[in-house]
Design a protein. Structure first.
Length: 389
C-alpha cells in the first residue's frame, strides 16, 4: 500500500499510519518484545511480537498478506522513541552526601573545631559556631546515638539485603559494635520513618505503563495481602498497601497514592484479573487517559513477570523473618526504599530504579546519603515552621 507525493516519491502508507499510531499512544508494551496495538477501525487490539524471523502481528493485513503492517511500523517507531528518551533521560535530582559543615542553630558556615566528644563506640569531633556560640558535633541524622553512623547503615544494608536480625547483630559484634537485635530493629523503625517522608517528597520520572499485583504473607499467623504498584520501564516501586483479602479489598488508596506521587496517570495499567484492580482503575484513573489490561496469566505470552520478580524479592525477605510480627511494620516501607534507591538491578544495567527514574543517590553508602539528606530536610522544615510561628 503506497502512494506518490508531489515530487513523485513513493510513500509507504503503512509506515505513515504506523507513525500516526505511535504519536497518539495507542500502544502498550506488555513485555520486552511483546506489544498490544489498538485497531484503528475496530474495538479490539492486535498483538505484535518479535520472533527469530522478525516482527509478527495478529492483524488480518499481516496474516493474509505477510506484509509489514502499520502496527509493526508503530511498534518500531515507539521502541525507537522509548530508547532515545531512556538514553537521554535527564537526572532531575542528585542527592549527594552532606559535606558542608553548618551550625544547626543559625545555619552559619563560620565554625571551628572545638575538641572531641566520646560516645560508647567512637570519638566525634566537636565544633563551635563563631556567630552564635553554639557547640555541636557534626553527626547529622544520628544525634544522641551510641553507635556510629557506619554501624547503623551497615545494619540496614545487611538486613534489607536478606540477613536476619541475629545475623546482622553477629556481624556488628565482629566489628566491635556490641548491640542487641532489638536495638537493630529500633534503628530500622527510626531511620525508615525518617527516609520515607523524605523520598516521597522527591518525585520521579514515571513511564506511561504501570503494573500492579498482590502477594500473600502472614502477620502474626494471619493471612494478609500486599498490593504493589510498579513502574514498568524503571521498576520503580511506586506505592503499596496491606489488606485482608485478595480480590475484594479496596485498593483505591494505593491507586490514589501512586497517582499523587508520580504526578501523572499512566497510559496503560497491567494487572491480573482480580476485580478490585478494575474497580480501583475505574474510580481513580480516567478511562479516556488510561487503558487497563487485565488478561495477564502466570504463563504464556501475556504475563506479569516483572511484578513477579519484585514479589520474589519481598518473599525472600519474608522467609528469612518467618512472617511479619506486627501489622504496621517498618520492614515493608524499608524494603521499598532499598529496592528503589539502594539496590542496583541487572535489568537496568546496574542502575537503581530511582536512578532510572531521574533521581541519583551519590556516595558509596547510599543509606548514609539518604539519612543525612532526610535529617537536613527535616531540620530545614522545623526551622521554617519555627520562624513562621
Amino acid at each position: 500500500m503506497s502512494s506518490t507525493n508531489n515530487s513523485g516519491e513513493q510513500i509507504n502508507m503503512r509506515e505513515v499510519r504506523g507513525r500516526e499510531i505511535s504519536l497518539i499512544g495507542e500502544i502498550a508494551r506488555l513485555e520486552h518484545d511483546l506489544y498490544s496495538v489498538k485497531s484503528q477501525t475496530r474495538n479490539e487490539y492486535y498483538q505484535v511480537i518479535k520472533t527469530e524471523s522478525g516482527w509478527r502481528c495478529s492483524c488480518p493485513d499481516h496474516v493474509w498478506r505477510d506484509k509489514k503492517c502499520k502496527h509493526i511500523f508503530a511498534v518500531e517507531f515507539s521502541s525507537k522513541l522509548r530508547l532515545e528518551v531512556a538514553k537521554g533521560q535527564a537526572i532531575r535530582k542528585v542527592i549527594s552526601p552532606i559535606g558542608k559543615l553548618v551550625c544547626p542553630k543559625c545555619n552559619s558556615e563560620n565554625v571551628v573545631k572545638h575538641g572531641l566528644t566520646h560516645n560508647k563506640y567512637d570519638d566525634l569531633q566537636r565544633y563551635s559556631c563563631k556567630v552564635c556560640g553554639k557547640r555541636f558535633s557534626f553527626n547529622l541524622g544520628f544525634e544522641k546515638l551510641h553507635a556510629s553512623p557506619q554501624a547503623v547503615t551497615q545494619a540496614l544494608q545487611l538486613y534489607f539485603s536478606g540477613e536476619s536480625l541475629r545475623n546482622t547483630q553477629n556481624f556488628l559484634i565482629l566489628q566491635g559494635v556490641n548491640v542487641g537485635y532489638s536495638t537493630i530493629f529500633r534503628w530500622i523503625g527510626k531511620f525508615v520513618k525518617l527516609m520515607k517522608g523524605y523520598v516521597e517528597s522527591i518525585g520521579f520520572n514515571a513511564s506511561p505503563t504501570w503494573r500492579t499485583d498482590e502477594l500473600y504473607f502472614k502477620v502474626k499467623g494471619d493471612m494478609k495481602y500486599l498490593f504493589s504498584m510498579m513502574d514498568d520501564q524503571t521498576r520503580f516501586w511506586i506505592a503499596q498497601q496491606v489488606a485482608d483479602h485478595e480480590g475484594e479489598s479496596d485498593v483505591r488508596p494505593m491507586f490514589r497514592e501512586a497517582r499523587e506521587l508520580a504526578g501523572i496517570e499512566p497510559r496503560t495499567l497491567i494487572s491480573d484479573g482480580a476485580p478490585n484492580f478494575h474497580t480501583a482503575y475505574k474510580r481513580e484513573f480516567s478511562p479516556e487517559m488510561t487503558r487497563h489490561i487485565s488478561e495477564i496469566a502466570l504463563d504464556g505470552e501475556r504475563h506479569n513477570n516483572k511484578m513477579e520478580r519484585m514479589n520474589g524479592e519481598i518473599r525472600d525477605r519474608e522467609k528469612t523473618m518467618r512472617g511479619l510480627k506486627v501489622e504496621n511494620t517498618p520492614i515493608l516501607p524499608g524494603l521499598q526504599i532499598y529496592h528503589n534507591f539502594v539496590r542496583p538491578h541487572e535489568s537496568l544495567n546496574g542502575k537503581t530504579p530511582a536512578e532510572a527514574s531521574g533521581v541519583k543517590v551519590e556516595g558509596a553508602d547510599k543509606f548514609l546519603t539518604l539519612i543525612q539528606n532526610a535529617a537536613m530536610s527535616k531540620r530545614e522544615t522545623q526551622r521554617k515552621s519555627g520562624a513562621v510561628s
